[in-house]
Ligand binder design. Sequence first.
Ligand SMILES: O=CC(=O)O
Length: 316
Amino acid sequence: MKVVVTCSDVPESAVTILKDSNLEVVINEDNTREALLKALPGAHAVYLASKITIDEEILKAAGSNLKIVGCMSSGVDHVNKELLKRHKIQLSNTSGIPNSAVADIAILLCLAASRRLHEGRLHIENGTWIYGNQWMLGQDINQSVVGIVGLGGIGQCIAKKLKAFNVKQILYCGHKEKDEAKLLEAEFVSFDRVLCQSDFVIVSCPLTAETAELFNSVSFNKMKKTAVFVNVARGGIVNQLDLFDALRKNIIFAAGLDVTDPEPLPKDHELLKLPNCVMIPHLGSATLATRTTMAELTARDIIAGLKGESLISPVI
Ligand SMILES: O=CC(=O)O
């Protein structure tokens, strides 16, 4: 049976796992959608390791052999799940595996944005470094109120790690109260309370129709002037023009972004010109161990799906 891998840089160990199961592995060395479409006919599985959208065109190109899409990420917002369901094609992801690495990046961005890391670097580069008791003062994470939007696996991991920073209170919002929150001493509140009361607002929820542009001028205006906004989820949850405005006019203090819309962000994008916006290029799960585990799990779920066994990490 044939597995088509959507891009060329999947860890070798995952490819070996597939080949050891006697699967034919076709790697889309070109990394383009066009080349993928040409490689797909007859595929039994798609190993989705890039942001290529899985839609009608992809399914049509693959044809009726297609049994499973193995997605090497936690987020599956680039997959048309309803369509897969209709065609009885299974979908797996790597939910849970990147939690710790992504939580580290969330806290890194909280600290970097609140302590003005990017702005400080610019002062050094521009020769505008001065000494002064009131110069470059930031916000403390110590004794702060942190609001987490989406207390799923990643959100819970962030809350756990935040304990080491001696925060005063953890608030969270989402669809429903979580049992795990009790142990984390996190309080379930409304989205509005997260906005109004938090010193740090961290986004760790999936991008859905409901969360698209959840952060816009209305939400930023409800936040504290001293608040730090951090997004480790998806760029589409934020209206970037409104965020730009909120940062430029100091409606909020600073932002730390691991995700943007689009990705990659154009190198002349206006958010990059703001000293109070720390940005990194979607590095949440980018550690050697995390990516290797994600890749191998995806391979194992593809094999399970093709054998008709239950998936380790099923989405549908
Ligand atoms: O963004 C990364 C993921 O969804 O795993």
